[in-house]
Design a protein around this ligand. Structure first.
Ligand code: MIG
Length: 780
């Protein structure tokens, strides 16, 4: 049939499977003929009108039924850019037995199909699509298990799961019903936009069933040549990740809870005494007065502005936790205001819906109303007036200490003047809270926001970083974090991390050290631990462990310019920072479920040690040449290698020929970075890189408002020509020296810099430029 020889073709296979709905399900049949208008198709139906719209060459929307609320995930923008040349026409056709097919066309051939819609006795809508079991599936947000999500039924319902997260755990805090599929002929993406309860059932044989409990079955289907194309399209639709302030890329320390300002000061001092970096310190729920949000306990946290200022001078930001539950207390201003203005979620009877959470009986702001978001945003002045510039949103699934673990299904949100039951919009709650929180920072601090959230929905990447909730101090949870964070990255959320060291249970020296060694490659590097568990500040396990931990933490700071570059790429293109090995699309059968190693950008390969006692592990090296960071030894890729490592480090490989922007170690991103290091990894005869820098704090730079440094090199038998050009006209970076670190192997070669012999010292656009022969491990 179709000519599918090229990788760039759209690839939902046109295979129709008829009549397999469960007996309790009734097929929804469409008897009228479709109305076709330009690039869209409509079919009327009393309950489930169907519309298909081509949004771009690579994107089609199929909506069955009417959405209950305007999407909180999808941006109003309709100007999509296509990453690849792909089919450009959709067509509708009836098939025998009232089945229908939606085809995206390429060379006139049908390529996409569905076999119909069913509704079961509970009113749940199910749509079956063919999907061979051999096509691996990625994404689906925050889920346990391996990288490939095939073979299970996944539920989307934001839940506070305190029990250990295991392979059989399904619902977690985030709901991102978006998956990417590696088909026979390229990549496909499917995004279900429904903020109520939904399911993606991949446990069926050669098909997927997508279901929604309420509202519309609103699907976006993407096609692309690469996995990156799909993530690009999805983040065009739902928004790119926000560009964080530089400080948020530093090391962050948390504990439930640092209980007094004295304790906070002592912890910060511990970092200094132990020569460890720190950029942020969290205040968990015990900072509040009786768990009232927007308060400090006056006995334990007096003189907060001084505390925040002193920590600021030490290069440390203070990040308080904010939960959505507002204590029912007639003498409490937040409760009074919300009550008077009618800002809380209602019960069916019309009074504010009440339930128990940390402060006792509480009520929940109805973030679906813009005026409630504004009010909440304003409340943050309590903190921003005290110098605080970052926030932590917890319990925003929302979590309630009742049997349902959340608000009643029939509690009422008012969305654009219409009453909507909580059940139908539950998963959007945390996203709307985080948006109000991010807006507070932008408005009140006039700088980039940093919000860390536990709950979220598709689009959460626009406003918040995400951590994976209450993990445990166990090797299992160390391992679990890798595929979970990789799939979150493929679901549009670039800024993620798991609690380093583990939240519940006591961490142990070896586990903690291995976790820090991995955690310095989490986009979010945050150590957090529960009340009542053993201390796990980085020095808690004494030598020789602290030294090992220190090395990992220092490395994080040396890598910050490279990491910031990755964050900028994520912000501009949606690309994840942690990438699975199959991202490179080589020998896919080998890498399609590789859950224990990953790429950190495209220049570093990280193979964490995930097993107790292990001093060696096997590592898959993709094609090309790779330099082990431990011994600077070049290895040929396209094979597994056995990497020996002690407790001091984990296997890390640098891609031959790569150029990495690095920095000397600093104890905080707030300490001046006098030098920029440019590391050229041996093994290639040419390379190029563009590095852009800015102050890392003021509102997201657009257009030209960066310093730009471009670096290139060409190597021939006897000569290396390097080119370096710097444009500081829009921003003057704080570094005054650029050190070009070149391979030892270049020692017997003549090196030219911008056409002149380069022996050691030079000057580029008023910035001193030096040459150094180094091994990567000298700088990392
Ligand atoms: O009911 O604020 O996941 O990070 O330390 C538990 C106390 C509430 C859950 C969060 C955790 C936090 C804890 N919170």
């Amino acid at each position: 049939m179709t000519d599918l020889s090229t990788r760039s073709s759209f690839a939902v296979q046109p295979e129709i499977v008829l009549g397999q709905g469960k007996p309790t399900q009734n097929r929804v049949s469409y008897s009228s003929n479709p109305l076709v208008v330009q690039d869209s198709i409509h079919i009327d139906h009393d309950n489930h009108p169907l519309s298909v719209t081509q949004l771009s060459t690579n994107m089609v929307r199929v909506c069955l039924g009417e959405p209950l609320i305007a999407s909180v995930a999808v941006l109003p923008n309709r100007d999509f850019h296509n990453p690849a040349e792909l089919p450009n026409r959709i067509e509708w056709s009836w098939l025998p037995d009232e089945q229908w097919q939606i085809a995206m066309h390429r060379h006139g051939q049908g390529l996409a199909t569905s076999r119909g819609l069913y509704v079961d006795n509970d009113g749940v809508l199910h749509l079956y699509l063919t999907l061979p079991d051999s096509w691996p599936v990625y994404g689906l947000g925050e889920k346990t298990g391996d990288l490939n999500k095939q073979g299970k039924k996944w539920t989307f319902w934001n839940s506070d799961v305190f029990l250990p997260h295991t392979e059989t755990t399904d619902e977690l805090y985030q709901s991102i019903p978006f998956m990417t599929v590696l088909t026979d002929q390229g990549w496909m993406g499917i995004f279900l936009d429904n903020p109520g309860r939904s399911w993606v059932d991949l446990s069926l044989t050669d098909e997927v069933c997508i279901s929604v409990a309420s509202g519309a079955l609103d699907l976006y289907v993407f096609s692309g040549s690469t996995l990156g194309d799909i993530v690009d399209l999805y983040t065009q639709l739902t928004g790119r990740p926000f560009l964080p302030p530089k400080w948020a890329l530093g090391y962050q320390q948390s504990r439930h809870s640092y209980e007094t300002s004295q304790e906070v000061r002592a912890v910060v001092e511990g970092f200094r005494l132990n020569d460890l970096p720190l950029d942020a310190l969290y205040l968990d729920i015990l900072h509040m007065e009786g768990y009232r949000v927007f308060s400090f306990d006056p006995l334990t946290f007096d003189q907060v502005p001084e505390l925040v200022a002193d920590l600021g001078a030490a290069g440390v930001r203070v990040i308080p936790i904010i939960d959505p539950g507002v204590k029912c207390d007639p003498d409490y201003r937040v409760y009074q205001q919300g009550l008077t203005a009618d800002y809380f979620v209602q019960s069916v009877q019309g009074a504010p819906w009440q339930g128990p959470v940390w402060p006792g009986e509480s009520v929940w702001p109805d973030f679906f109303q813009p005026q409630v978001q504004h009010w909440w945003q304003d409340l943050h002045r309590y903190y921003t007036d005290r110098g605080i510039q970052g926030f932590w949103n917890d319990m925003n699934e929302p979590a309630v200490f009742n049997e349902r673990m959340t608000l009643d299904a029939d509690s009422v949100h008012r969305v654009a003047g219409v009453s909507v039951p909580h059940e139908a919009v539950h998963n959007a709650y945390g996203l709307l809270m985080s948006e109000a929180t991010a807006a507070a920072i932008v408005e009140q601090c006039a700088q980039r926001p940093f919000v860390l959230t536990r709950a979220g929905y598709a689009g959460i990447q626009r406003s918040a970083a995400v951590w994976t909730g209450d993990n445990r101090s166990s090797w299992e949870h160390l391992r679990l974090s890798v595929p979970m964070l990789l799939n979150m990255g493929l679901s549009g959320i670039a800024f993620t991390g798991a609690d380093i060291g583990g939240f519940m249970d006591d961490s142990r020296p070896e586990l903690f050290t291995r976790w820090m060694q991995l955690g310095c490659f989490y986009p979010l590097m945050r150590n957090h631990c529960s009340i009542g568990q053993a201390r796990q500040e980085p020095w808690s396990f004494a030598e020789p462990w602290t030294g090992r931990v220190r090395q990992a933490m220092h490395r994080r700071y040396q890598l910050l310019p490279y990491l910031y570059q990755l964050f900028r790429d994520a912000h501009e293109t949606g690309l994840p920072i942690m990438r699975p090995m199959l991202w490179l699309e080589e020998q896919v059968h080998q890498t399609e479920n590789m859950s224990d190693q990953f790429m950190f950008g495209d220049a570093l390969l990280i193979a964490p040690i995930l097993v107790a006692g292990a001093l060696a592990r096997s590592v898959w090296l993709p094609k090309g040449l790779w330099h082990s960071l431990i011994d600077d030894f070049p290895l040929d890729g396209g094979q597994f290698v056995l990497a020996h490592t002690g407790f001091d480090d984990i296997p890390i490989y640098l891609k031959a020929g790569a150029i990495l922007p690095l920095a000397p170690y600093r104890s905080s991103t707030q300490r001046i970075q006098k030098e920029l290091r440019i590391l050229i990894v041996d093994g290639a005869d040419h390379g190029r890189m563009l590095f852009r820098d800015d102050d890392g704090l003021s509102a997201t730079p657009a257009g030209n408002r960066y310093a730009r440094l471009s670096i290139g090199y060409h190597k021939s038998a006897a000569l290396v020509e390097c080119h370096l050009s710097l444009d500081r006209s829009y921003f003057k970076p704080e570094w005054q020296v650029i050190t070009l670190g070149v391979p030892m192997a270049w020692k017997d070669q003549a090196i030219l810099l911008n056409g002149e012999p380069f022996s050691g010292q030079s000057n580029v656009e008023g910035v001193r430029c030096r040459l150094q022969y180094i091994r990567p491990l000298d700088w990392l």
